[in-house]
Design a protein around this ligand. Structure first.
Ligand code: F6R
Length: 261
């Protein structure tokens, strides 16, 4: 795992955006895996700026989102489809037919999940997957104890995640859906590059367990230790519990110029 620590969340996201822009400029038909939540917002804002001011072209890019709530229609203002339109897609020139999110209203959820997996394979897999991390170490909606080999499927949200996400539903936990469709950990592990972003002190214990703890389904993100190209972008607060904090800083600053982002 490569750990890249920046002073602030914005700096960290700008660096991650630079990596994505390099990928999209080099391979305009790139396949990007996207996340929702608060964490990637400064990254999305930077991609939008690059599109507007630097001509970064997304017209040939294909996207797959990690997850979606079951039971929320796409037009619902808390669906992840709505979130992505509002915070990213409506500001870029991604073709509507190249945007993929699980459909939380699918009649046959297992068939829909299998088709989602097949579609990712059909386009050649995900080139760069963006990930946030839950305070319990979840990635996508793969909560602790999820199979490390899991594929796209329905999951039941934990009470903790329902409580965390109630802030988006006027603080009313009863409004938060109980189920979601999520890419599996096995699905995420097949992305060619995984970029995990984490900001703020609330994420520090989960980040330390992910990067320096044992690999365990109790901290789903820890499986990224097994990924060939996993990069962890942190601000100082999220990095605060890392034992090898200074070593990661040293490695980053001593990178040969050809390896710099
Ligand atoms: C969202 C997702 C989740 C979030 C995680 C962190 O698509 O997959 O795993 O990345 O819950 O959420 P935030 O960024 O809001 O702290």
């Amino acid at each position: 795992m490569e750990v890249i620590i920046q002073d602030s969340a914005v700096e960290s996201c700008h660096l991650a955006a630079r990596l994505i822009s390099k990928q999209v400029r080099a391979y305009p038909q790139s396949v990007l895996g996207l996340a929702t939540g608060s964490t990637p917002l400064p990254l999305y804002q930077e991609l939008i700026r690059m599109h507007r001011e630097e001509g970064l072209d997304f017209s040939k890019v294909t996207t797959f989102n990690l997850d979606e709530y079951v039971g929320l229609p796409r037009a619902h203002n808390q669906s992840y489809f709505y979130f992505m339109q509002r915070h990213l897609f409506q500001h870029l020139n991604v073709s509507a037919e190249k945007i993929h999110l699980p459909d939380g209203m699918a009649d046959d959820i297992p068939a829909h999940c299998a088709a989602y997996e097949a579609k990712i394979k059909e386009v050649g897999g995900i080139d760069i997957q963006i990930l946030g991390i839950g305070s319990d170490g979840h990635i996508a909606f793969n909560e602790p104890s999820s199979s490390l080999a899991s594929r796209t499927r329905i999951k039941t949200l934990t009470e903790q995640t329902i409580a965390d996400n109630a802030r988006f539903f006027n603080g009313d936990q009863s409004q938060v859906p109980r189920h979601c469709i999520t890419m599996g950990i096995g699905t995420i592990m097949e992305a060619k590059v995984n970029l995990l972003l984490a900001h703020g002190s609330g994420k520090a214990p989960a980040v330390a367990a992910t990067v320096e703890g044992p690999i365990t389904s109790m901290v789903p993100a820890s499986i990224l230790q097994h990924h060939e190209r996993a990069k962890v972008f942190l601000d100082e607060e999220a990095a605060a519990h890392l034992k090898l904090h200074d070593y990661y800083q040293w490695v980053y600053h001593e990178k040969p110029s050809w390896q710099k982002i």
